[in-house]
Design a protein around this ligand. Structure first.
Ligand code: ARG
Length: 463
């Protein structure tokens, strides 16, 4: 086979036969890495300016390159760009088009650079952009949760442990628990971003380069916080992507918990909430159905996000230094994670403001299931009974109530006094759900006073 037939690839110099047609498809990543075109172009423009600064390119060449890259960006955005599988990936597609457009100067762009440091840089730039978008959506969701909590500060509901009625809480308090989880998610994301925003460019293939590159200058142009310290590590490191996937897995775990609650609360057995119609779907066979598809699907999306984290960890496990083609497999799980997270947070931020709490149902639910039993025990302790004895006494009262198919406030004073002489007429106040919630006036507790303080602090933290 003549060299002419294989000369169409940027690396074909040493090859004597063309790539097998299926291998070409098998090894190509352009189908999925083209989403990093903007980052690839920005990286190349910064690299070109730096090459000009150190005298590798003339100012005229630099202007030609950066302008042509700008045109290529437009071609891509207008859907006019011809993505070629034979050119493997986003990097070689753009570079080839550049050479096609401007000839010789385009061939100089790859000086002191390798696709290994180029791809690592592109992925970091892409992820940094996505982190910013996702964080903004998380803030929108946090505001939505805060607003909803504020409207339900006084609303009582049963709090559960083991999904059994435990104690009286406020809906605002429950929602603020969600808020706290989101705070931790955002803190993890911000921490991850610190390690994402380090520039590998200048590491070249693995060893660094003999050209006197000004890496700081490139990093500054691209908004990186710093440059990587070790070229071998920099071209092979995907920790930052794994950290993002770990953040995403925890976030989706939280969203799946919120979802599970929404699904339960919207059911005919609970009827605690009404989800807006436009966030639900019907059944093709059962006319009465209104299904909570959005929370269910968010709960379901957690599966692929957890799976992607495992894929990324397994991908990197046992890889020798430095770059290996395995690394190309980082993109699909990472991109899929980004897409799932962005969609789930967006749909939640859209839906949460429209969740309507059914206060009558909640009030009825709070008066069943002996939610104030612990308050009765605390009352006895205040009267001088040891907590263990108080627990025993209240347990007996609950037993009587169950046997008589009553709630605790329906027992007579005589029945209570038969269990303990310490019980007086004031017991009936203690058995009221509202008083129970209001009494939990400890920092972090469920009383409306505390929840208002939590909401105010939360608002300040978002401002
Ligand atoms: N498409 C490749 C990737 O995603 C780019 C780097 C290729 N480097 C190489 N030496 N083949 O990892």
């Amino acid at each position: 086979m003549s060299n002419k037939e294989v000369a169409d690839k940027p690396w074909s110099g040493r090859f004597t036969e063309s790539t097998d047609a299926f291998v070409e498809q098998f090894t190509a990543s352009v189908e999925f890495d083209q989403r990093m075109y903007a980052q690839d172009i920005a990286g190349s423009q910064a690299h070109a300016r730096m090459l000009t600064k150190i005298g590798v390119l003339s100012t005229a060449e630099c202007e030609l390159i950066t302008a042509a890259l700008e045109e290529i960006r437009q071609e891509i955005e207008q859907g006019e760009f011809n993505w070629r599988v034979d050119l493997e990936d986003v990097h070689m597609n753009i570079e080839s088009r550049l050479v096609e457009k401007i000839g010789e100067p385009g061939k100089k762009l790859h000086t002191g650079r390798s696709r290994n440091d180029q791809v690592a840089t592109d992925v970091r730039l892409y992820l940094r952009d996505q982190i910013e978008l996702i964080d903004a959506e998380l803030v929108r969701l946090q505001h939505a949760v805060l607003n909803l909590a504020e409207g339900e500060v006084e609303t009582l509901m049963p709090g559960f442990t083991h999904l059994q009625v435990a104690q009286v809480i406020t809906v605002g308090h429950h929602l603020m628990a969600w808020f706290e989880m989101l705070c931790r998610d955002r803190a993890r994301l911000a921490d991850c971003k610190k390690r994402v925003n380090i520039m590998p460019l200048g590491s070249a293939a693995l060893a660094g380069t003999s050209f006197p590159l000004d890496r700081e200058y490139v990093a500054q142009q691209l908004g990186f916080d710093g440059v990587s310290n070790n070229s071998l590590d920099a071209v092979s490191d995907r920790d930052f992507a794994i950290e993002f996937c770990a953040f995403a897995a925890l976030l989706l775990m939280h969203l799946s918990r919120f979802s599970e609650e929404l699904v339960l609360w919207a059911s005919q057995q609970f009827e605690f909430i009404e989800l807006p119609d436009r966030f639900c779907t019907g059944s093709s066979i059962m006319p009465q159905k209104k299904n909570p598809d959005v929370p269910e699907l968010v709960r379901g999306k957690s599966a692929r996000v957890f799976g992607n984290l495992m894929s990324m960890l397994t991908l990197m496990k046992s890889q020798v230094l430095a770059y290996n083609k395995d690394n190309q497999e980082d993109k699909e799980p990472l991109f899929d994670t980004v897409d799932a997270v962005a969609a789930c947070v967006r749909v939640y931020a859209d839906m949460v403001p429209h969740i309507a709490f059914n206060r009558n149902k909640l009030a009825a639910a709070v008066d069943t299931g002996y939610a104030t039993a612990t308050d009765l025990a605390d009352y006895l302790v205040a009267k001088g009974v040891a907590f263990r004895d108080a627990h025993e006494i209240v347990g007996k009262a609950v037993r009587i109530a169950i046997d008589e198919d009553k709630e605790l406030p329906q027992l007579s004073l005589a029945q209570f006094q038969a269990l303990s002489a310490h019980i007086g007429e004031d017991v009936f106040t203690v058995l009221q759900a509202r008083g129970s919630a209001e009494s939990k006036n400890v920092v972090g507790g469920t009383s409306p006073v505390q929840v208002r303080a939590q909401i105010e602090a939360a608002r300040r933290s978002l401002a």
